[in-house]
Write a protein that binds this ligand. Structure first.
Ligand SMILES: [Zn+2]
Ligand SMILES: [Zn+2]
Length: 139
């Protein structure tokens, strides 16, 4: 989110943990100024991609979700999908869908300035993080 009361790095705050932007906390921006930081992304990635944990969403009309009342839409893409959603443990209405998690992780990894790599799979776990047939990457 963009915190109008603050300036500089503090203007940019992760919607999921409310921490300010910093060198150690790069962020990806979604729609309407929503932001997710690398640390929340890593937590969401582990939960959804590796553990298959989250809340199953329901597909619905593509309409904007009120920013102050995001659930059950995705705070980043403002869409409703039949997808796994990760809910912030700190901000109850902050949700991110599986597609945004995957796209944001890929975007962070693609910027050499961030030096970000996605979390490794838990030991002994075989992971196939291939896009599914119903998953488009056109956002
Ligand atoms: Zn965060
Ligand atoms: Zn999303």
């Amino acid at each position: 989110m963009h915190d109008e009361r603050c300036e500089g790095n503090d203007y940019f705050k992760c919607d999921y943990c409310l921490q300010s932007w910093s060198e150690e906390r790069p962020m990806i921006e979604g729609h309407k100024g929503s932001l997710v930081c690398a640390k929340c992304l890593s937590a969401a990635y582990v939960a959804i991609v590796y553990a298959g944990q989250g809340e199953m969403g329901v597909a619905g009309p593509l309409k904007d979700v009120d920013a102050t009342h995001a659930g059950p839409g995705c705070t980043m893409c403002l869409e409703r999908r039949a997808e796994l959603y990760w809910r912030s443990p700190l901000v109850d209405e902050a949700l991110i869908c599986r597609r945004c998690v995957r796209q944001s992780v890929t975007a962070l990894e693609g910027d050499p300035d961030f030096g970000y790599t996605r979390p490794a799979a838990p030991a002994g776990m075989v992971v196939t993080d291939e896009p599914r047939d119903d998953e488009d990457d056109d956002a």
